[in-house]
Design a protein around this ligand. Structure first.
Ligand code: NAD
Length: 330
């Protein structure tokens, strides 16, 4: 790991939300934190806590609540499904993070609290404001991620950080986030990590639909799918979805589409993110010509029995694309 200018001493880290992303992030922390460090964890699902505690005895420690994690940790991460979960984990008056930071016996000085959930910017700003009121010495950051479950397992996810590049906590943030991911990009200020993440996924989701339609059109005209993908790669349509995550099975052998659309980024998560992006666009008054139809495609694919729970590039299937194009025509 590159030097960050932070003294390498044992740390007390907290982690709340141990789902498909959070659990491998904790595994990476457990492997990379200096000896003697502790990771205090909490999730409403006991089985995942049991598994991590058993895998890392003496390092990963079970906690009864988010407040319990907070009181025992100097740096606290949250990785939760949606804004409602984030509100509850932070603001619950009895079990929430804030309750542990604002009590008379709290030791909150200099704590970092980092939310990596993909949620709406308004909720993130409310949480930040409440923390600032109750515990002015605690610093809260939005730091959503990109790179999916594979990136979380491999420690290569990118963090989009809601602060300026010269924020005083950048060295500490980079130190801890660097154990779980690759790039850490400061996006300018509070909630802008989320604004960046939602803009990115809006673009990625819309490109996927356009790529699926263009592939289907060209293939039905008689062009081989690989030839078509190489045309797009050489021309002005070049993009990462076509080159690396091509929605047509068999074009990119390592892409989820070539593995029955297993793995990757679930179509329901893309529906959620495009919905959040459109809410943001509405609030900001931007004109999004493609957003509403894009959201409709992902909403319908999320409900379709042959697409639900699969990688979002399954929209090629939803739109009726030819998946078995390598088989000889009868
Ligand atoms: P997940 O549903 O697998 O995990 C969420 C975890 O939070 C679960 O273990 C759940 O039990 C726990 N949880 C919920 N409420 C809780 C509470 N009140 N207290 C403690 N724990 C609670 O979700 P995930 O796929 O890990 O995603 C987490 C976030 O990361 C989401 O916002 C998602 O949009 C985002 N994200 C996911 C991916 C992906 O590929 N899965 C990629 C990038 C970003």
């Amino acid at each position: 790991m590159p030097s960050t200018g932070v003294d390498v001493v044992p740390s007390s880290v907290g982690f709340i939300g141990l789902g498909v992303m959070g659990k491998p992030m904790v595994v990476n922390l457990a492997a990379k934190l200096p000896p003697g460090s502790l990771i205090h964890v909490h999730d409403i699902v006991a089985a995942v806590v049991d598994e991590l505690v058993a895998s890392f005895p003496g390092i990963v420690v079970r906690c009864a609540s988010a407040a319990d994690v907070t009181s025992k940790s100097d740096v606290i991460f949250t990785m939760l499904p949606e804004g409602a979960h984030v509100k509850s984990v932070y603001l619950d008056p009895h079990t929430g993070i804030l309750s542990a930071l604002s009590g008379p016996s709290s030791h909150s000085a200099g704590k970092l609290v980092i939310d990596s959930s993909t949620i709406d910017t308004a909720t993130s700003l409310i949480v930040k404001e409440q923390l600032a009121i109750s515990s002015p010495t605690t610093s809260f950051y939005d730091a959503p991620v990109s790179g999916g479950v594979l990136g979380a397992v491999n420690g290569t996810i990118a963090f989009f950080l809601g602060c300026s590049p010269d924020d005083a906590n950048i060295p500490r943030l980079t130190y801890f986030l660097g154990m779980m991911g690759g790039k850490v990009i400061p996006c300018g200020g509070p909630s802008l990590g989320l604004a960046a993440k939602l803009s990115n996924n809006y673009l990625s989701g819309i490109i996927t639909i356009a790529c699926s339609e263009a592939m289907d059109m060209g293939m039905r005209a008689g062009i081989d799918a690989n030839v078509l993908a190489s045309v797009f790669a050489a021309g002005t349509a070049q993009n990462a979805i076509c080159d690396v995550f091509n929605p047509v099975p068999g074009v990119c052998p390592k892409a989820p589409s070539s593995n029955g659309y297993q793995g990757g980024f679930r179509v329901q998560l893309m529906r959620k993110d495009i919905g959040l992006a459109l809410d943001m666009a509405r609030r900001l008054g931007t004109r999004n010509a493609l957003g509403t139809s894009g959201l409709g495609v992902y909403a319908a694919a999320s409900e379709a029995a042959d697409c639900k729970d699969l990688d979002s590039r399954v929209v090629f299937r939803y739109l009726g694309g030819i998946e078995n194009w390598k088989e000889p025509m009868s």
